[in-house]
Design a protein around this ligand. Structure first.
Ligand SMILES: *Cc1c(COP(=O)(O)O)cnc(C)c1O
Length: 232
């Protein structure tokens, strides 16, 4: 049940949230990319949002995403892989996406680089997923290991280390929400200084915490339910 009016209205609402948060942070709203987290949303929904002006989509499940990509082939979409990565899927992921947000070990980055080179494709943009609250989640790289991993990825041809992605545990107050995002922002600065890198991307902020993320420097927000509505 999704038409372009609904999509336009939703897209405007989220863009307004981004705009307001950016202004509060004294930042340029156009420097914040909206990625629609479209897992378990229908192709029809995605098509309507694309027609309404959304051009970046993030997908978690490879098979689901490939089916959608086939049906949306004629659209000019930037595809982001934001789910967990199995090593035997790297070839397909390298072929099918422009960005991968969920790098958690060097081996995955090496394999993606290898297949990107083999296919003679444009370099793949990589984000290292940070584990900002160890006790709660197993996915992602610890803050102490992340800088060196970025430096190792920088050495690879076929991929470009662009920055960090994180999914903090939910918290209620804005001040609490900001804390892990602040850590990520500072770590990006430290990493650039220590290794002379030019990491420029912080993928952080979802439906419930995008304002906090933008206040701490998010350059990409990944929004699902607040944008598209409930998942199927
Ligand atoms: C589902 C998902 C999102 C979007 O979550 P919402 O709370 O629906 O906005 C963002 N990032 C990742 C990695 C996701 O899996």
């Amino acid at each position: 049940m999704c038409n372009i009016d609904f999509a336009s209205k939703q897209l405007n609402m989220i863009k307004n949230r981004i705009h307001r948060a950016a202004l509060e942070a004294n930042r340029e709203p156009t420097k914040i990319e909206l990625v629609g987290a479209s897992k378990q949303q229908s192709v029809e929904t995605m098509r309507a949002f694309h027609q309404a002006g959304l051009s970046h989509f993030g997908e978690n499940y490879l098979q689901e995403s490939l089916n959608k990509q086939k049906q949306l082939q004629s659209e000019n979409i930037n595809w982001h892989f934001i789910g967990s990565i199995q090593s035997n899927k790297c070839k397909t992921i390298a072929q099918s996406f422009n960005w991968v947000h969920s790098i958690d070990r060097l081996k995955i980055a090496q394999r993606l680089a290898k297949f990107t080179m083999q296919n003679d494709q444009a370099p793949l943009n990589l984000l290292i997923q940070l584990n900002v609250d160890h006790e709660l989640s197993k996915s992602g790289v610890g803050l102490t290991e992340a800088p060196a991993l970025c430096a190792q990825i920088e050495e690879l041809d076929g991929v470009i280390a662009r920055g960090f992605m994180l999914i903090p545990a939910p918290s209620k107050s804005l001040a609490e929400q900001r804390r892990p995002f602040e850590k990520a922002r500072k770590l990006l600065e430290v990493t650039n200084q220590r290794y002379g890198l030019h990491l420029d991307t912080l993928s952080m902020g979802m439906s419930n915490d995008l304002e906090a993320a933008i206040l701490e420097g998010a350059t990409m927000v990944r929004v699902g339910t607040s944008l598209f509505g409930p998942r199927l």
